[in-house]
Design a protein around this ligand. Structure first.
Ligand SMILES: O=C(O)C(=O)C[C@]1(C(=O)O)C=C[C@@H](O)C=C1
Length: 362
């Protein structure tokens, strides 16, 4: 016998009441954990524990909810529980409506104290000075490669990476009216977004001058003041600034992803323990002589450690052709094969810095 919608809604209401009770029971337990942490003076946010909770639930999930739904729901449940223990202040490139804000909320959930910043430099400053507990910055994009300012800032910063999150980035052309494409005189966006949409702009709005803005949301704010000006930004920025979508999904690569680093001072949160699905990020340099880069990579092969990223940046040391290498390895630094590889690799390096060992956000 099929049940009517009215009957099904009564059943849903009953399940919701049970869920509400269970969620409050859970929040009360988290509160008790919070009391203990306050007495101990230990950090509220435990990313490896949260990753484990989500991983375990995804493994035992009987469906019909999909694994990623389970992850999203529990990220928000834990965000709310964490905020009861103590609100976490998170710095990112603002204003409201940026992809960085989206990344911060994807990692921490929405129950955070938002600290929007005017530049990547300010995100590092805010997190270093204690104005924020954590910072979120983009590290790499699947179309445009490294976000070089973030990499350079990490080199001299006392901050370390305690997590990562990756976002599918869809760019939209936004205007204050439905302005025809051929009438758009200027496009405002962050240089990364302009680069990720350059082919589309050359074909569909070749007459439009391209202007760099400090963020896409700032570009949206500027575009809101003139119907002949457009911005490249998210749907979230469109609703934030009351703009229309003149053209959706204009990024040159359909699969345009940006990976963000989550960072903090080591005294705020020490390196997370291994979660079982981790990554280690390093910055290294070697003296410039034949075979040096080969020697750098050889210990990884010998100890069977996979490398998922190898990025070089000029050292700016005054010496030409000297580089820093940004390397990501699969595994946690406490795993024996990773520890052994790094022990062999370290003496070869002229410069060696572990940016962090943290759970892969999947
Ligand atoms: O297990 C803890 O340490 C908690 O504080 C509880 C809890 C949770 O809600 O499950 C909340 C915050 C932490 O980041 C990890 C987990």
């Amino acid at each position: 016998m099929t049940r009517s919608i009215a009957d099904l809604r009564v059943a849903i209401d009953a399940v919701d009441q049970q869920l509400l009770q269970l969620l409050n029971d859970r929040a009360a337990l988290a509160n008790e954990v919070g009391d203990i942490k306050r007495k101990e003076g230990s950090q509220v946010f435990r990313p490896e524990r949260e990753a484990q909770v989500i991983h375990t639930l995804q493994q035992s999930n009987p469906g019909p909810l999909k694994g990623n739904n389970v992850a999203n729901i529990w990220r928000e449940i834990m965000s709310a529980c964490r905020a009861l223990e103590a609100p976490q202040r998170v710095a990112y490139l603002g204003p409201a409506g940026t992809f960085s804000e989206q990344a911060a909320e994807a990692f921490f959930g929405v129950s955070i104290d938002h600290v929007p910043c005017a530049s990547f430099d300010e995100v590092f400053d805010a997190t270093t000075s204690g104005r924020a507990d954590f910072g979120v910055v983009p590290m790499e994009n699947s179309t445009e490669g490294a976000v070089t300012r973030s990499l350079d800032l990490f080199l001299t910063s006392p901050l370390h990476m305690i997590g990562e999150t990756s976002l599918l980035v869809r760019h939209n052309l936004l205007c204050s009216q439905q302005t025809p494409l051929e009438e758009i005189e200027a496009v405002y966006a962050h240089p990364q977004a302009l680069a990720q949409c350059q082919n589309w702009l050359s074909v569909h709005a070749p007459q439009a001058e391209r202007h760099a803005a400090s963020s896409n949301a700032e570009g949206a704010r500027i575009a809101a003041s003139n119907p002949k000006w457009a911005a490249i930004a998210s749907l979230r920025a469109a609703s934030q600034f009351g703009l229309h979508v003149v053209a959706p999904a204009i990024q040159d690569e359909a699969y345009n992803r940006t990976r963000f680093a989550v960072m903090c001072l080591p005294q705020t949160l020490a390196m997370p323990e291994a979660s079982g699905n981790d990554c280690t990020s390093l910055v290294l340099s070697v003296v410039n002589r034949p075979g040096a880069v080969y020697e750098l990579l050889e210990p990884l092969k010998r100890h069977n450690v996979s490398m998922t990223r190898f990025e070089s940046r000029p050292a700016r040391s005054g010496q030409q052709w000297e580089y820093f290498f940004y390397i990501d390895l699969v595994g946690h630094i406490s795993e024996p094969h990773v520890a052994a590889a790094l022990a062999d690799l370290r003496p070869i390096c002229a410069y060696y810095k572990v940016l962090g060992s943290y759970a892969i956000n999947g």
